[in-house]
Design a protein around this ligand. Structure first.
Ligand code: SAM
Length: 351
């Protein structure tokens, strides 16, 4: 289970904290505003007197509040524009129980309003691959950059001791399609289950806006979306910094789907209809001057430090040093590594 692995991000504002995410959250703003308008137009005969909104996979950094803040402001803005009484709002933030909810709660109280319009807040710790809310109680679900985390690594790989990433180039080229298919199967199971659960929890006409780190559909050689991490760890294993057998049993429960993958799962599951589906290059919003070897190393560290340290012990300083050395040799590699990565942003309605 992902919850048994430490999948949460590093905390704080420093160079080791996770800062990816603002760009796609800005893109989601428009979709969230559209979802609020849809919610009101679908329920126009019986305007909701209270609404529940939730962000799943909120983490605990500066990003944790941004989606629900957009939603609250969009609801209040809509009501002001159309001269309607604002609903009472209940805002929930979700992440795995190991997340730093103390920090989340401190920021969440800033949203709380005890007078008109009432906004109450809460946390919903747990996996989004389990039930989080009561039936037909939620109006809007948001989730940013979280659903590429799987509930677990494929049993097929673990049971047969098939490494996620072969150190040997030839073996890796040969095995990677099979390895990725095992990951893709797990994503199909997980994402379908996620849709089934949210379909139970959302009201009819309820809205969901999510972004997922994934891949472009065509013409790209197979890769893990955590490829850079795997590459650097494989160098560390080759140089004896970490144990090779340990490296072979290291799996990150993350898979980046394509737009076609997600569309197929949503259509097959059948509870939701797709309203908008955007695909952007992952690096498009980044200033290329920012993307230095040291920046890459610290970003990977922020996202993966917990899971790496849990498996290998504290090898992070060495990890950063080798990442910087590896990419300083050829900076164009950094762009190539990201060329297939895409940010998938979609908005769906519960039928
Ligand atoms: C990359 S962070 C995204 C944080 C924030 N939403 C953002 O856009 O910056 C992914 C978050 O998903 C959480 N996560 C991963 N698997 C999860 C699960 N099964 N249930 C709930 N949260 C999960 C992680 O703990 C982490 O905080």
């Amino acid at each position: 289970m992902a919850s048994k692995q430490m999948v949460h991000m590093n905390q704080g504002q420093g160079e080791r904290s996770y800062v990816l995410g603002n760009a796609q959250q800005n893109r989601m703003k428009l979709l969230i505003e559209g979802a609020i308008i849809d919610l009101y137009s679908r329920t126009s005969t019986l305007l909701p007197e209270m609404m529940v909104i939730a962000d799943l996979g909120c983490s605990f950094g500066p990003n944790s509040l941004s989606l629900v803040l957009v939603a609250v402001e969009a609801i209040h803005g809509y009501c002001l524009q159309f001269q309607q009484a604002p609903p009472e709002l209940c805002v929930f933030l979700n992440d795995l129980p190991d997340n730093d909810f103390n920090t989340v709660v401190k920021s969440l109280v800033t949203l709380r309003r005890i007078n008109d319009p009432v906004v109450v807040t809460g946390v919903a710790p747990g996996s989004f691959y389990e039930r989080l809310f009561t039936s037909s109680s939620v109006h809007l679900v948001c989730s940013s950059s979280s659903l590429h985390w799987l509930s677990k690594v494929s049993e097929v790989l673990r049971r047969n001791q098939i490494p996620a990433y072969y150190i040997n180039d030839h073996a890796r080229r040969e095995k990677l399609p099979m390895v990725l298919e095992a990951y893709a199967q797990q994503l199909r199971k997980d994402f379908r289950h996620f849709l089934e659960l949210r379909a139970k929890e959302l009201v009819t006409g309820g809205q969901m806006v999510v972004s997922i780190i994934g891949r472009h559909s065509d013409g790209i050689a197979p890769f893990h979306i955590w490829d850079i991490l795997a590459q650097v760890l494989s160098i560390m294993a080759s140089e004896g910094v970490i144990d090779k057998a340990k490296f072979d049993s290291f799996y990150v429960p993350v898979y980046g789907p394509s737009k076609d993958d997600l569309r197929e799962i949503i259509q097959e599951e059948g509870s939701f209809s797709i309203k908008e589906f955007l695909v952007h290059d992952f690096l498009i919003d980044l200033d290329s001057a920012l993307v230095t070897p040291s920046w890459i190393a610290n970003q990977i560290r922020a996202v993966h430090e917990q899971i790496v340290v849990q498996h290998f012990g504290d090898v992070m300083d060495e990890f950063v040093r080798i990442t910087e050395r590896h990419w300083s040799l050829d900076t164009s590699l950094m762009q190539e590594e990201h060329v297939g990565l895409a940010m998938l942003t979609l908005s769906v309605t519960k039928a």
